[in-house]
Design a protein. Structure first.
Length: 264
């Protein structure tokens, strides 16, 4: 086994000293086994860390595979909100095919217009916002699903790294329809409200598949700040934004850029 020159010389010197002065016990502390015991402990610690990491990755992998077919009953964001509000929250699951075309198109046009074209990360949008000196607004629907399902809200490099890893898994293991379905059912839509169905009933007294394009666009523009915005009482600025969302929704459909989630 390879030994650094320094340790080799110490070992030889130590043996010579022990032969010349056999009663000198203190120098035995330099025996060659000590560095290798430390090395063994370090190797064992690294092995355990790797095992723990593999276990965590495996657990998330299994969970993400299951969630392709099993609807989540809660998320990290919902748990956090329950703890903050100290009360129950409204969450009503609605299959994608029953949500209605208007809400699908409006949300995608507002939140992630390149949803069908990217593989989890919209690089063109990232470069655009980087020029503005921020990364806010560059998260795709896939990234938001990863964050809302598993992670915490506070921004940090650790969270962004975990979010990126989980986004890759979700994009690899789920079809686009499933990603959008989960997002539309777990997204925070108001104080104590999650999912499009609960907020559509709260604001307009309708099921999502009964919403007009105008109403759907009004809900869509509240998503970046759902606790502060009300779809039935928008500012003029947000009304203008909703108008652009309606134009974007129509364009997505006409150009075939919604083919990954709309039924043909």
């Amino acid at each position: 086994m390879y030994q650094p020159f320094g340790i080799t010389y110490l070992y030889l010197a130590n043996n010579l000293i022990l032969k010349l002065m056999p009663n000198t016990h203190g120098i035995r502390l330099m025996s060659k086994n000590l560095p290798f015991k430390k090395k063994t402990r370090l190797v064992n610690a690294v092995k355990w860390m790797i095992r723990i990491l593999i276990t965590i990755i495996g657990a998330f992998l299994i969970l993400i595979i299951l969630l392709r077919w099993v609807n989540p009953t809660t998320t990290s964001v919902i748990i956090s909100e329950k703890m903050t509000l100290q009360e129950s929250v409204e969450l009503e699951w609605t299959p994608l095919d029953h949500l209605g075309e208007n809400i699908l198109l409006s949300v995608v046009a507002s939140e992630d217009s390149n949803f069908c074209a990217h593989h989890g990360f919209d690089l063109s949008e990232i470069f655009k916002v980087r020029k503005q000196g921020t990364l806010r607004g560059a998260s795709t629907i896939s990234q938001q699903v990863a964050k809302n399902l598993f992670l915490w809200r506070d921004r940090s490099w650790l969270r962004k790294g975990l979010e990126a890893f989980m986004t890759v898994l979700i994009e690899t293991l789920w079809p686009k329809k499933r990603i959008l379905e989960v997002y539309l059912n777990i997204a925070e839509t108001g104080k104590g409200y999650f999912g499009m169905s609960s907020i559509a009933m709260k604001r307009f007294g309708k099921k999502t598949n009964e919403l007009s394009l105008r109403q759907a666009s009004h809900i869509a523009v509240t998503l970046p700040s759902p606790k502060k915005r009300n779809a039935v009482n928008l500012s003029q600025k947000l009304k203008n934004q909703a108008k652009r969302v309606r134009i974007g929704a129509t364009t997505l459909k006409m150009e075939g850029r919604a083919s990954c989630f709309l039924n043909k």
